[in-house]
Design a protein. Structure first.
Length: 385
């Protein structure tokens, strides 16, 4: 294919992806990264149009505009990656690389040192590729396949940026505004076509992977509090039992005393606020590998892998004290919510998950019967013969 065909193919593909991401942004939430992807593709399409038409542009525009648009487009790609990863990112991140290039390129234009601008654009271009790769390599993308494709695409372009930088240093780069119109032009345009195809396809794939992961995570969580739900708790408990644990584990089952009075006296919204506050407070007291779940209503449970009997009791009592110490905006200062808890501790041998839950319920019943706002160990369940 000749250069004009390659320019057209790149611009057409970029335009299609820009429109696609813009259309998706109106249908999903969060939408910010889709808008950034759309802007990236649109800016890159404009950059290629400027490169293709540079002979018809004023010298200063042909010198500054195409590379500035190119760097803005790559800045949007970097911005999108950071938005998805929930890393701090502002619109200034998009503008800063292009602004730095414009400052250097304007000076180079005044000095008629075209090589300086060529080298500067490729250095910034390579830096943006590296920054985008680093964003896609962060923890939020682990376990997903699409980021690997995006990393490879930006690595490919970053490597090309390095080669062009070396070329500029060794050969002096272009001797005037516009692209180098030599035998490498077709190679650069073919590389761009591969890059556009990869980033567009893998960005779409990433969006579907993120949605699927979000649905999977939502299926494990209680929608009100964000704690794990009963199904996930049951799965975690069965995993421990089937794994023949070498160390004992603990299970705390607690519910909130007289919680119905909160709903009756202050309303269901106040009850929801209390459940959310309690969930947040309890999570802050637990280890990273503990499983905290809302079983339903005002019932909660905590699965404690690899814990001693004494520590299981200390954790349960700490949670009880934490809950009783909370104060709520909807209630007077002297209002107090308390919790009663039962604890199972052991290795779970010869017991099923239902047996253990029934056993720990006995401990909860003990606490209720003894006056509430306390923690009780359950009697060991009889071993199966």
């Amino acid at each position: 294919m000749d250069a004009s065909t390659l320019f057209s193919a790149n611009v057409l593909l970029l335009s299609i992806f820009a429109i696609t991401f813009l259309a998706i942004s109106f249908q999903v939430s969060p939408r910010a990264h889709f808008l950034s992807w759309s802007a990236a593709n649109a800016l890159l399409a404009l950059a290629l149009l400027c490169f293709a038409l540079d002979a018809h542009l004023p010298d200063l525009a042909a010198y500054l505009l195409p590379n500035a648009l190119l760097l803005l487009g790559f800045g949007c790609h970097w911005h999108a990656a950071r938005q998805i990863a929930q890393l701090p990112s502002r619109i200034s991140n998009v503008a800063a690389p292009a602004s730095a290039y414009l400052l250097v390129a304007s000076t180079a234009f005044l000095l008629s040192d075209y090589a300086l601008a060529y080298i500067a654009s490729n250095v910034v271009f390579t830096l943006l590729a590296v920054l985008t790769i680093s964003a896609y390599a962060t923890a939020p993308f682990r376990g997903l396949l699409s980021p690997v494709g995006l990393i490879l695409a930006f690595f490919f372009m970053g490597a090309e940026g390095v080669l062009r930088t070396v070329h500029g240093l060794l050969s002096g780069g272009p001797q005037g505004p516009g692209m180098l119109n030599d035998m490498t032009l077709d190679i650069h345009l073919m590389s761009a076509l591969v890059f556009v195809s990869l980033t567009g396809a893998f960005s779409l794939a990433l969006s579907f992977e993120l949605i699927a992961r979000g649905h999977k995570e939502a299926a494990r969580r209680d929608p009100l509090t964000g704690a794990f739900n009963r199904r996930e708790f049951q799965t975690r408990l069965e995993d421990i039992l089937q794994g023949s644990p070498e160390e004992d584990f603990g299970l705390i089952h607690f519910d909130l005393d007289h919680f119905k009075e909160v709903n009756d006296r202050y309303g269901h919204l106040a009850g929801d606020e209390a459940l959310v506050r309690i969930t947040s407070a309890v999570k802050a007291q637990l280890r990273q590998n503990d499983c905290f779940a809302r079983l339903g209503g005002e019932e909660f449970a905590v699965l404690l892998p690899s814990v001693s009997r004494d520590n299981a009791y200390k954790i349960a009592n700490r949670l009880r004290e934490c809950i009783s110490g909370l104060r709520f905006e909807f209630a007077p200062e002297d209002f107090q919510l308390t919790a009663s808890a039962g604890i199972y501790h052991g290795d779970g041998k010869a017991l099923g998950s239902t047996d253990i839950l029934q056993t720990v319920d006995k401990g909860l019943y003990k606490s209720k019967k003894a006056g509430r706002n306390r923690v009780s160990f359950a009697d060991p369940a009889p071993e199966a013969s």
